[in-house]
Design a binder for this molecule. Sequence first.
Ligand SMILES: Cc1cc2nc3c(=O)[nH]c(=O)nc-3n(C[C@H](O)[C@H](O)[C@H](O)COP(=O)(O)OP(=O)(O)OC[C@H]3O[C@@H](n4cnc5c(N)ncnc54)[C@H](O)[C@@H]3O)c2cc1C
Length: 398
Amino acid sequence: MDFRFTPDEEQFLKEVQAFLDEVLPPDWLGVDPDGHNEQADEDLHQFDLEIRRKLAARGWLGLQWPKQYGGQEAPMMKRFILEQELIYRGAPYWAISAALMTGDMILQFGTEVQRQEFLPRIARGEMQWCIGMSEPNAGSDLANLQLKATEDGDSYVLNGQKTWQTGAYYADWVILYARTDPNVKKHKGITTFLVDLKSPGVSMRRIPQITGHPAFCEVFYDNVRVPKTNVLGALNGGWGVALFGVATEKSFGYWLINSGRRDLQMLIKYCKETRDVDGRLLCQDPLIRSRLAQLAIELDVGRNLGMRLNWMATRGMPIVATACQLRPLGGSILQRLSHIGVQTLGLYGQLDEHSEWVRLRGRMKYLYLASVAMTIEGGTNEASRNTVASVGLGLPRG
Ligand SMILES: Cc1cc2nc3c(=O)[nH]c(=O)nc-3n(C[C@H](O)[C@H](O)[C@H](O)COP(=O)(O)OP(=O)(O)OC[C@H]3O[C@@H](n4cnc5c(N)ncnc54)[C@H](O)[C@@H]3O)c2cc1C
């Protein structure tokens, strides 16, 4: 298998790199807002909007979608190249990717009217979306979701609660999964809805993460009316839509690998430039060298697996088992990387970005805390391994 990019892909990669040089501040370390500072959160959102507008201006949102829906009909590989670089450079990307993921699902399952209504607006960077799957009693066991949608004339009426909704606070719309038939097997009674979050009856409460950053929300639906025209896919066909979405989200493991590559490079640079109390460069310490080398090995394995995943996806091959291999690999590597980072920085590793003694602008401390979520979001490491066991290895379901 030849993992090299074609000359056209190489050229696109260079364009993306030049774009990021232009739009990111020169000292940009990544998206790590100070969790306890509302202004920093708002600033990050504004920066996210700015990047989104600039990506849209280049026609890079919905790159591979048909032109009639605002896309460029570009090969899927270009989308991967774009994502890879945005994540590698720590550009704000979660909200953008939620919109693109939703767009992919609308393209796959939507009516012509839905495609024409939503895709061009997403491609122009005008819509922010969030993903409404999880509930207090439905996470890994998504089919257990209880939020109810009841038919009423030309609408459905939503009642219930979602939780852990990343980006909901700033989102305009949500792609939401609700129970439409309680009398059939759990996964057969679910329908997908496209819901305007400004609809009467929607309320939300922000939830701070371990980092302090309130990136996600609980969202409550109290008699929220959704027109029937906003059902995505078949009535009670939501499980198929969810599986399609989850498969896409699982390639998140590749994102983790790409952001880990940058963090490792940062750490290596620090070790090359910093001396211990005996005046010896940290990179001369055999233990530190070995740990850095081991991380490099694992990140390279992950990168190659990610390239294989991209290669398979561009050929329309089933990617679920491979994506689920990559998912826990990426999550675990980032968690270990952050532990090693904090250890290597010693007590400085625990300081946040406002301390005058901070090293690497608090990135390792942030990652140490944030990496817990990286083993959970988009499906936990354990749930992913279960899928590898059943789909990849053909073992009976546990
Ligand atoms: C940062 C972050 C962002 C998120 N963003 C969103 C979002 O935007 N939209 C959304 O809908 N959800 C979101 N989630 C929720 C996420 O999808 C769920 O947290 C995840 O699916 C796990 O569900 P749970 O939290 O209910 O844990 P549970 O499913 O209750 O799991 C608890 C523990 O039990 C383990 N476990 C559960 N079942 C099994 C099994 N069968 N075999 C082995 N172990 C098992 C799990 O691995 C885990 O360790 C987000 C989560 C995080 C952390």
